[in-house]
Write a protein that binds this ligand. Structure first.
Ligand SMILES: Cc1ncc(COP(=O)(O)O)c(C=O)c1O
Length: 373
């Protein structure tokens, strides 16, 4: 059987990884400033992560959500404390799209309303509800089209208020920092007004922190640069450092009923072991602060080296916008300098490295980048 050929591939076969580095099948070593699409948070194959998952696998890897799994509570306690939301409730699932799908469903259940607002250049996933809320018609199949998704310009509060006033909006969903859209940070006042207005008109505020969360922005969640307290926060990517784990954090006023949400695999023993290991390492190695420090260093240095380009971002979620397509530059970085980077659209390079990236490792990129200009 052949693989369904839906991805653009680089002809590189990673076989080994450690920290911020990946090795291919020919033994070539690459600096990973992409983190497998913002997924690697604590670094590849961290010993504590490997040990917790391996030890768990020897005991029990999986059972369904019909039994008591104390690892789920351990994860919820550690996550509540580290994120600053100890009184929120945790629902575990398997991916970013599934987290957003559940968040939207929950908001619709709670409010009894059907319509959801999202923003232009936003990305929330590829499942039915999440792709309808994603501003990219190319990935929306006819079946996914729905008038219940209202996609508005970000940072223009008047347009959002006009929709909220109709009393038909169940939720507003917004990324902490837009990732795929090109590293766009929502205006702080816009976000704070949005939080007020959702309360005023009885809608829920969902913060999609799937890419910007788990320390990537230099705070645990990117919205924590503002005074906003969302009703629901969605997470995935860095949560499992590569193990498929997603989750939603739900404000304590929202009450569940039996059977309201569900999943077969979500919150299984192995997934919890992976997610617990990630939180342990984030805390013990102070990686959220490291992301803040190393990210500020990269942004400062890039501005010195290349004053002509636009640099956006926070922590280790950085976009470099050029006035020309970056395809060639990314290929040169990858094939000549052995540095993985990401992209957005034609003209933006995205840096999403593991949160343990050191200044020295950042310097390898800065050096290569400087020579290329
Ligand atoms: C902000 C955001 N939300 C949702 C998703 C969807 O996550 P997943 O691919 O795990 O379904 C992504 C993935 O890139 C994302 O960046």
């Amino acid at each position: 059987m052949e693989l369904f050929d839906a991805y653009n591939l680089f002809n590189i076969t990673p076989v080994k990884a450690s920290g911020c580095y990946v090795w291919d099948s020919e033994g070539k070593k690459y600096l990973d400033l992409y983190g497998g699409h913002a997924v690697i948070s604590i670094g590849h194959t961290h010993p504590h992560y490997v040990s917790l998952i391996s030890e768990q696998l020897k005991k029990i890897g999986f059972y369904s959500n019909s039994i008591v799994n104390p690892l789920q509570q351990e994860l919820a306690d550690k996550l509540g404390n580290l994120s600053g939301y100890p009184d929120y409730k945790l629902f575990l699932c398997n991916s970013g799209a599934e987290a957003n799908e559940n968040a939207v469903k929950l908001a619709s259940f709670v409010t009894g309303r059907k319509r959801v607002i999202s923003y232009q250049k936003g990305f929330h996933g590829r499942t039915s509800a999440t792709v309808a809320l994603t501003d990219n018609p190319k990935i929306v199949a006819p079946f996914n089209e729905t008038e219940n998704a209202v996609i508005l310009p970000m940072d223009e509060i008047g347009l959002t208020e006009k929709e909220l006033k109709t009393g038909t909006i169940a939720a507003v969903i917004i990324e902490g920092i837009q990732g795929i859209g090109g590293i766009n940070i929502p205006d702080q006042h816009f976000l704070e007004e949005l939080s007020e207005l959702t309360k005023k008109y009885g809608a829920l505020l969902i913060l999609d922190e799937i890419q910007s969360g788990y320390g990537r922005s230099g705070k645990f969640f990117a919205h924590q640069y503002t005074s906003v307290i969302p009703d629901i926060i969605t997470m995935a990517k860095g949560m499992g450092n590569g193990f498929p784990v997603g989750g939603i954090m739900i404000q304590p006023g929202i009450k569940p009923w039996k059977g309201m949400l569900g999943t077969t695999f979500g919150g299984n023993h192995l997934a919890c072991a992976a997610a617990i290991a990630v939180l342990d390492v984030l805390k013990d190695e102070d990686l959220v602060n490291n992301a803040s420090r190393t990210g500020s260093y990269i942004i400062r240095k890039v501005k010195e080296i290349a004053p002509g380009i636009q640099v956006r971002g926070r922590g280790l979620m950085i976009g470099l916008e050029f006035t020309f397509p970056v395809k060639e530059m990314r290929e040169q970085l990858l094939f000549h300098n052995q540095i993985f980077t990401g992209f957005s659209g034609q003209n933006i390079i995205r840096l999403l490295p593991p949160l343990c990236l050191s200044e020295n490792e950042a310097g390898i990129f800065l050096n290569a980048f400087g020579k290329m200009l």
